[in-house]
Design a protein around this ligand. Structure first.
Ligand code: GYE
Length: 306
């Protein structure tokens, strides 16, 4: 380039809004969809630079990633916290460094509300309630249920359990006979269901409630291998709404799916830009979600985005 006395314009890179995102891992179809949404939204926005870190399900890796983002002086830190507790120290470090934190899809302890700016995600208690209402209907108000819980200590698991269990308590002829974690993934969901089906309680089960679709899909395999019919002998209700769950409804193996939106990329970067512009954000940017059973699910299948 020819020499010039004028100062070169700052490279456009310097003007980008730098967002560090600490993702939990890749345990479910839902999470894959969320990762894709966040990465694609960033890629298609020339004003954004995304630093993406995968914690492989370990909180300690998330804490390390956040410390790295602080050292790199990113503009905004975003994270999907694997569990609710244990964030106080590292988020205080972010606060002291004056880097705002956005929580994506899972929440942290209520007592640490001052350590993040906004939570973008779903009402998990409501999802659990909606799952329970569907289950009550499928069972005609009577039966024994297995509950496959998500990752121990994750807000999505704690609140989906609370919403469901409280609603089921209103129905004295329905009992949750087993409730166990399948860690939000298919293989563990299948294993746990296999063991339950072999246990004494497992001989008399009419319903399975899974905190996510992947565990439900694992349970469906276990039920079929045990010689029973998922969807009819044992009613199944789960949360997320990935395409495979809709396909399972179409095949008659799953009864209801409660939607939980993973396509949070656009909202995340909008929130980051709003923060940068000095706007005050709502403490909770809530997703709007539907419940799908039967024909409604079959009709929706061709247009599912994840
Ligand atoms: O439902 C599940 C995933 O945090 C809302 O995590 C999310 C949950 C989602 O692994 O499939």
């Amino acid at each position: 380039a020819p020499a010039t006395t004028k100062e070169a314009p700052a490279p456009t890179d310097n003007k980008k809004l730098v967002v560090g995102f600490s993702q939990i891992g890749a345990e479910s179809g839902w999470r894959g969809a969320e990762t894709a949404s966040i990465q694609e939204t960033a890629k298609n926005d020339p004003t954004i630079e995304l630093k993406f870190s995968d914690a492989q399900q370990k909180q300690e890796n998330q804490i390390k990633a956040i410390r790295t983002f602080i050292a790199q002086k990113v503009d905004v830190i975003a994270m999907a916290p694997v569990v609710e507790t244990g964030w106080e120290a590292v988020l205080t470090e972010a606060k002291n460094a004056k880097i705002p934190v956005i929580l994506v899809d899972r929440n942290i302890d209520k007592k640490n509300e001052d350590l993040y700016t906004t939570f973008i995600g779903s009402d998990f208690v409501l999802e659990g309630q909606n799952a329970a209402k569907a289950m009550v209907e499928h069972l005609g108000g009577k039966g024994n249920i297995v509950e496959l819980e998500g990752t121990v200590g994750a807000s999505a698991a704690v609140d989906r359990k609370k919403g469901f269990d409280d609603e089921i308590k209103k129905h004295p002829d329905i009992k949750i006979v087993k409730s166990q974690s399948g860690d939000f993934n298919r293989a563990t969901g299948k294993q746990v269901m296999e063991a339950i089906l072999k246990s004494p309680e497992g001989k008399n089960i009419q319903g399975v409630y899974a905190h996510n679709d992947d565990m439900a899909l694992g349970a469906i395999q276990a039920i079929e291998e045990a010689g029973k019919k998922p969807g009819s002998d044992i009613k199944i209700v789960s949360i997320d709404g990935i395409k495979e769950a809709f396909e399972a409804i179409k095949a008659g193996k799953l009864n209801t799916v409660v939607e939980c939106n993973p396509l949070l990329g656009p909202q995340l970067f909008q929130a980051a830009k709003d923060l940068k512009a000095g706007k005050q954000l709502d403490k909770w940017i809530k997703s709007n979600e539907e419940v799908f059973s039967g024909q409604k699910a079959i009709d929706a299948l061709p247009n599912r985005k994840y």
